[in-house]
Design a protein around this ligand. Sequence first.
Ligand code: GSH
Length: 365
Amino acid sequence: MTRPYLHYAWEISLYSGKTRAYLRYKGIPFVEKNIHLWTMPTIQKKVGAQVMPVVVTPEGEWLQDTSHIIDVLEQRFPNAPVVPTTPRQKLASSLIEAWADEYWLPTAMHFRWSYPENFRDRFQPEVGDNLLPFMPRFIKNRAVTKVATLLRSYLPGVGVVPGQHEIIERWTHEQLDLLDTHFGQYGYLLGSKPCLGDFGLIGPLYAHLGRDPWPARELIAKRPNLHAWVKRMMNPPQPQAGNFLADDAIPDTLLPLFKSVFADFWPQLELTLGEMERTRSSLKPGRGWSRMLGMIDVPMGRDKLRIGARPFSLWMAQRSFDTFHALPAAEQASVQSWLESIGAGDAMKLAIPRLRQIALRVAPE
Ligand SMILES: N[C@@H](CCC(=O)N[C@@H](CS)C(=O)NCC(=O)O)C(=O)O
């Protein structure tokens, strides 16, 4: 018998929800492994950062970064592919993955950390049990304080400061309403089976918004179609069934979400690029950029959100550019005409330097 894959993850972790939903949907034999305080140095040694999720293959390889993990597993488990084969859907799926992974961070962090009941009733008890299962509560709480202090230190960098709460909330309510409308008509983003974009979105929409008590009650439970999608994503029907929509169609109900991809996320990429160029001369060989550079003012709906520039967002976007450029000319033309029809005709012209991922950082290739 072959050994199962190991999924080192926490239920409460944003990106772990993405890989867990994927592993379940694909029916890949895996065992969920908790990350204890004493597991962290091993993860650091194997993948270069204290990060989750991490997948260990039956052959003993340690895979890190949810996008890379899914890429590798798609090759090994070609059944029920999550990457559409038709050009517009392929790019659309990749764009939503990048946008969900990167642009939704302020939303995820705000709704977790600005409502104390999440920490009191969920984060503190659960993370304490994860880190130090056999210790008394007061020791667990001390360990949790360290983790929480680190995570809270990220808040201003992702725009979560009191003066901006309202901006994040307004934008989030709009996006959630749009998703609720969409999932009233379709099971998943692109039809009756999930694509890469669905797995990107389930990250923020499960652990933070769908499971922390305040947002689960106030944001998700109040939107029944979205709520049902979150449940479907986390408990996928087996065996897999369903299809992407015929004729490479992109549902009209997704178009307002793509408006945010190009009007909000794209300017974030451009401004981040500026910060990366400004700091390029100080790069040390093999180290890459810091995870966060200077502050930038990024559109968020009709507002602007001041956040730190995160070079990692460019690596995620690079994946979408690569998807586009790998298409044969006729398929690129079809994608281009779709982009033009939604007012994003210049989107694929954004020139970014080639980047490689080093755990949570990126460096020039
Ligand atoms: N791009 C990475 C992001 C992983 C990530 O940021 N994971 C969080 C937990 S959900 C983490 O470990 N953060 C630790 C930190 O940021 O220092 C992926 O897709 O796997």
